[in-house]
Ligand binder design. Structure first.
Ligand SMILES: [Zn+2]
Length: 325
């Protein structure tokens, strides 16, 4: 099932790198996709937003909306429709999650604004509300799921998701991200209550590095956590064509990662949430590759360590030490 609607194009950021053209490119790429039905979003209510955010987050957005728009910070634009669209993105994710749980299926939320930088107390980094963290908390608090794990492969650290989930030790959060890079957090030692797993990666990592790290680090976490629900913050700005990241993943590489996660957790419900990805065509192809992989998950062998850079391997082996603690 897909959560998709033209309403998500109405968060009008003008010439900003996170603009409606990104999602329009995804819709165009998926125009002939078969086998995925679409759902209409609903507005999230205050009690749902407050599963992760203080009321002050909404108050700031309401104030800017009353002024006809503005910006929360240098990166984060609010247009007259942004608040409603952001609440539809959160509520849309929750509606999708409800449908996935009741149908024992899988889904992808093609929503914007993205969410993984929005913290409990502020919108930031193109993100207004933490779409995926709210879904993770809702899954346990309202839908009664027990074992929930969030994985974030966006090139930037999911600091907002991390901050929202830090107080929920029963929800796991794994983030792969380029480091150093915005927003600067995400070092190995940020372990929360033992539920946070950060892998800060050097620039230049591609398909082989990400697949190796998934095998070496994430597969054991999945085996231990045994998630009933796997939520994936699908940012595609680690793509080789992306203007913001300096990584080298191909569109097919994102499909390979998605397929591996699904193959390792065959009984887990899974829902992807669109995060970053700033090359519109690469973004469209990568989302399609993800959905195709989830239709027919495939196991792949682990790439050989001898072919990978020592700078990369050092980060993986260091992370492994911290993740055990
Ligand atoms: Zn990003």
């Amino acid at each position: 099932m897909l959560m998709q609607s033209p309403v998500f194009l109405e968060h009008d950021t003008g010439q900003h790198v996170e603009n409606a053209g990104r999602l329009a490119a995804v819709f165009h790429q998926l125009r002939d996709l078969q086998g995925w039905s679409s759902l209409e979003p609903r507005l999230a209510v205050a009690s749902e937003l407050e599963l992760c955010h203080s009321a002050s987050v909404s108050a700031v957005l309401e104030e800017l909306t009353a002024l006809g728009g503005g910006s929360v910070d240098a990166d984060t634009v609010v247009s007259p429709r942004s608040l409603d669209v952001a609440r539809l993105a959160v509520g849309g994710g929750l509606r999708l999650l409800e449908e996935v749980v009741s149908s024992r299926g899988q889904g992808f939320a093609l929503v914007r604004p993205p969410g993984h930088h929005a913290t409990p107390t502020r919108s930031m980094g193109f993100c207004l509300y933490s779409n995926i963290a709210i879904a993770a908390v809702y899954a346990r608090a309202v839908l009664g799921l027990k074992r929930v794990l969030v994985l974030d492969w966006d090139v930037h650290h999911g600091n907002g998701t991390q901050d929202c989930l830090e107080s929920h030790p029963e929800i796991g959060f794994v983030s792969f991200h380029q480091w150093p890079l915005y927003p600067g957090s995400g070092w190995y030692d940020e372990r929360g209550q033992g539920n946070l797993f950060n892998l800060p990666l050097p620039a230049g990592c591609g398909d082989a590095e990400y697949l190796f790290a998934l095998h070496h680090l994430v597969k054991p976490v999945l085996a231990r956590w045994d998630p009933e629900l796997l939520l994936v913050s699908c940012g595609y700005d680690a793509h080789e064509a992306d203007p913001l990241g300096s990584m080298g993943i191909s569109s097919e590489g994102f499909g390979a990662m998605a397929g591996l996660l699904a193959a390792w957790c065959p009984s887990a419900l899974r829902v992807g949430f669109l995060e970053g990805g700033y090359h519109p065509q690469a973004l469209g192809r990568s989302v399609e590759a993800t959905l195709r992989a989830w239709e027919r998950p495939q196991l792949l062998e682990c790439p050989r360590a001898e072919r990978l850079s020592s700078a990369f391997l050092k980060r993986v082996y260091e992370a492994e030490e911290f993740w055990k603690r």
